[in-house]
Design a protein around this ligand. Structure first.
Ligand code: 3HC
Ligand code: NAI
Length: 698
């Protein structure tokens, strides 16, 4: 028998203990071991019941995702579960940790289910672009009803033991050791004369309006298709017997396995976990951080302080004056009330945080004992240099000094201190207590343990942290500047901001670039344009000044009520601002441009080509270590659709050679903007993909 399953006899009960750390994924060896274990128990004279229990952190985390996309190996999971269910012995599942996907499907194939109170169950396959493929769509509705089954499957959310018990998924909840609980329960069942039973033999609950539910689910899923296919798989249960339903489920599962959405989502799953594992930081211990200083309590400083407080850290926030300090405290209090309202913290935690965890100060000496300080003052190099000189003066040796700058040079900031090794960028996204992305910007002199501390802080704050090098805008904002410029060029040439937003939202972005600009504040882009113009713009670059005119008139987007859109009827009511098109038309006329039509396909193609080309430059220059670092930056900070995996995974899927030839085609009219990335040319010449580079760095 496979070494993944241990077989033991306890009187008339056989125990199959699963040993596949870290989370007992149902790999081929585990499936084979369970199959052999059931055979052995049935042949073992005197055995009347079988207990299946997991060792370590979980019952089962589901099918082994690493096997996806490869030819399926015997025994297949649905057959194994059918085999377990068909056993004449009483089969008991004892669940702890998570039972997800195929893991819950195994439990549903067992005859009885016991779980510890902390156990969690779910069918998260939709998050991988799939549906449950081992009977989940056929068994769960029989047990819990169609509505509950659809809720669990289409959201992919985990539910706790108590709710699972209410739904009939778990028979008994009992605290204690899962193996001992399972044995005692199996003994009880045998003593009570319990007999084999099977969820697949339960009658089907009343059907629902399948077409309406399919349509509504599709509309809710913002372009992702797998949730709606859960509906079709359940519907199939009603068309024939159980085996016919299983066949239909399997077909949908394998059809989805072939889709680009499945490839994108599985890339996202593994990249999300790989992004914080940097080979260069292996074995480097982070510095201890419990006391945080934040300089500046505006939008970002208040958000960063909130994130730190919510994670249990003590924060000293420094502002310029007592009045500014009070305003900062007000912002933090309002963020924390939101967290309280949403149940993220208890009333007790809320008052404790406001009681002593947060100190608002105006004197730098209060930061003498801080382990890490994050500067979030105005985006102005001169102001930042003054702040870092003060920090250098008061902070204890070994304190980590970070800047939240969006674009400025961390090397230049570090050089103003006597300890550049302690300086790095920690670039949060707005709102900082909500957005998941953190760019850890490693400057030339940043010490490895300081970079490691940035990642450790990110983890403590629940962020997805990405390593970035120093350049104008790091990974995310540098790429954003390029694709925004591409959108501006399309506007000069004839597209409208509204058409561009609509085309990109249809592609799957949470918001189009102009709606995003209105949300972030048009003054941010304006300040960047002014800075770049002052530094000197390359004469070959096309310029668009129409957006400056909006800002000159005081229209900064949502916060002033008007930007590209008019928000008079509320932030969600995006009505085009009638002042915008005349400004654009005037600019076209001034530049002597005759506008032409763009279709949505061309808009997406150009926008994505500019994004991929800049991303390839960012990887080629080492600003991002790996393509997956870019993918996760765009996914967690810029609303890129998860089911497309990230811009470089998308590029691999659509084909790098086609993209490069598009870029070369666009370059005929504008060779400066569309200069192809050397890395993209190299990959095409070598017939390789961005994902090949991810694997090399592995
Ligand atoms: N297959 C293969 N590897 C898996 C896995 C799986 N199902 N689930 C987790 N892992 C790996 C992770 O990649 C990670 O590997 P690493 O250490 O090399 O990076 C390791 O296990 C630990 O995972 P996490 O870091 O995510 O640990 P957490 O404790 O934070 O979370 C978890 C554990 C909740 C189980 C989380 O990993 C998770 O959600 N896993 C995916 C669950 C899932 O989607 N299951 C459904 C699979 S599809 C299916 O079952 C199809 C069926 O219907 C036929
Ligand atoms: P903001 O204008 O809302 O806040 C800046 C705060 O800093 C103000 O409260 C001001 O009183 C305070 N301040 C200024 N000089 C100070 C000094 N010398 N000492 C103490 N406090 C001082 O600005 P915002 O948006 O919070 O940006 C802060 C930094 O974060 C900037 O570098 C910006 O580029 C960056 N950033 C901004 C993002 C955004 O979406 N707003 C996103 C990510 C980074």
């Amino acid at each position: 028998m496979s070494d993944k399953i241990a077989y033991a006899r306890h009187g008339d009960i056989a125990v199959l203990t699963v040993k596949n750390p870290p989370v007992n994924a149902l790999s081929q060896a585990v499936r084979q071991g369970l199959w052999d274990g059931i055979n052995k128990a049935e042949a073992d004279t005197g055995v009347r019941a079988v207990l299946i229990v997991g060792e370590g952190r979980a019952f089962f985390a589901g099918a082994d995702i690493k096997e996806f996309g490869k030819p399926p190996l015997d025994p297949h999971l649905p057959d194994l579960i059918r085999r377990i269910e068909a056993s004449p012995l009483i089969v008991v599942a004892s669940m702890h940790g998570v039972s997800l996907g195929g893991g819950l499907e195994v439990a549903l194939g067992c005859h009885y289910r016991i779980a510890v109170p902390s156990a969690r169950v779910g069918l998260p396959e939709v998050h991988l672009g799939l549906i449950p493929g081992a009977g989940g769509t056929q068994r769960l509705p029989r047990l819990a009803g169609v509505d509950a089954a659809l809720d669990v499957m289409t959201t992919g959310r985990q539910i706790g033991a108590a709710q699972a018990h209410d739904l009939g998924i778990i028979d008994v909840i009992k605290d204690g050791d899962p193996a001992e609980n399972g044995l005692a329960y199996a003994r009880e069942l045998l003593d009570a004369g319990a007999t084999r039973r099977a969820v697949s033999e339960l009658p089907l609950p009343a059907p629902i309006d399948w077409d309406a539910t399919f349509g509504a689910t599709l509309a809710r899923s913002k372009g992702q298709i797998s949730p709606a296919w859960c509906v079709r798989a359940i519907e199939a249960a009603y068309a024939g017997d159980f085996d016919a339903g299983m066949k239909a489920e399997r077909k949908i599962f394998f059809d989805l396995m072939q889709t680009d959405q499945r490839k994108g989502m599985i890339h996202a799953f593994f990249s999300e976990r790989a992004v914080g594992n940097l080979p260069e930081l292996k074995g480097v211990a982070p510095r201890e951080v419990s006391r945080i200083g934040v300089i500046g309590g505006g939008t970002m400083g208040a958000g960063i302080a909130t994130a730190a407080l919510l994670s249990g850290l003590n924060v000293h926030l420094l502002e310029m004056s007592p009045e500014a300090g009070e305003a900062a405290r007000g912002r933090i209090e309002s963020n924390l009330s939101g967290a309280l309202r949403r149940g993220k913290i208890s009333p007790d935690q809320h008052s404790k945080i406001l009681g002593d965890a947060l100190q608002v100060v105006t004197d730098y000496d209060a930061l003498a004992e801080a382990d890490l300080v994050i500067e979030a003052v105005f985006e102005d190099m001169a102001v930042k240099k003054v702040v870092f000189a003060e920090l250098d003066r008061v902070c204890k040796p070994g304190a980590v000094l970070a800047s939240n700058t969006s674009y400025l040079d961390i090397n230049e900031i570090a050089a103003t201190t006597s300890r550049p090794g302690d300086v790095l960028g920690l670039h949060f996204f707005s709102p900082a207590h909500v957005m998941k992305l953190l760019e850890v910007v490693v400057a030339d002199a940043t010490a490895p343990d300081v970079a490691a501390t940035g990642f450790a802080l990110g983890k403590a704050l629940g962020k997805t942290s990405v390593r970035a090098g120093v350049c104008d805008g790091f990974i995310g904002n540098r790429i954003l500047s390029t694709y925004r410029t591409c959108a501006d060029h399309m506007i000069l040439d004839g597209a409208s901001p509204y058409q561009i937003d609509a085309a990109l939202e249809a592609f799957g972005f949470a918001m189009g670039p102009f709606a995003v600009a209105d949300l972030a504040g048009l003054d941010i882009g304006w300040a960047v344009r002014k800075r770049k113009r002052a530094e000197g713009i390359d004469p070959r670059a096309r310029d668009a000044a129409y957006a400056d005119k909006l800002c000159e008139d005081g229209h900064f987007g949502q916060k002033t009520g008007k930007g590209y859109y008019d928000y008079a009827a509320g932030p969600k009511a995006r009505v085009p601002n009638p002042d915008v098109m005349p400004l654009i038309e005037a600019e076209r006329a001034a530049q002597g441009i005759t506008p032409r039509d763009f279709d949505d396909e061309e808009i997406v193609r150009r926008y994505m080509a500019s994004m991929v080309n800049e991303a390839a430059k960012v990887v080629g220059e080492g600003i991002a270590r790996r393509p997956l670092d870019v993918d996760m930056t765009l996914l967690f900070g810029y609303g890129f659709p998860r089911y497309r995996g990230g811009p470089l995974k998308w590029a691999d899927i659509v084909g790098l050679d086609g993209l490069l030839s598009d870029i070369k085609g666009y370059a005929e009219a504008d060779p400066y903007f569309w200069a192809p990335a050397p890395l993209l040319e190299k990959l095409v010449a070598e017939g390789r993909t961005f994902d090949d580079l991810n694997k090399e760095e592995g």
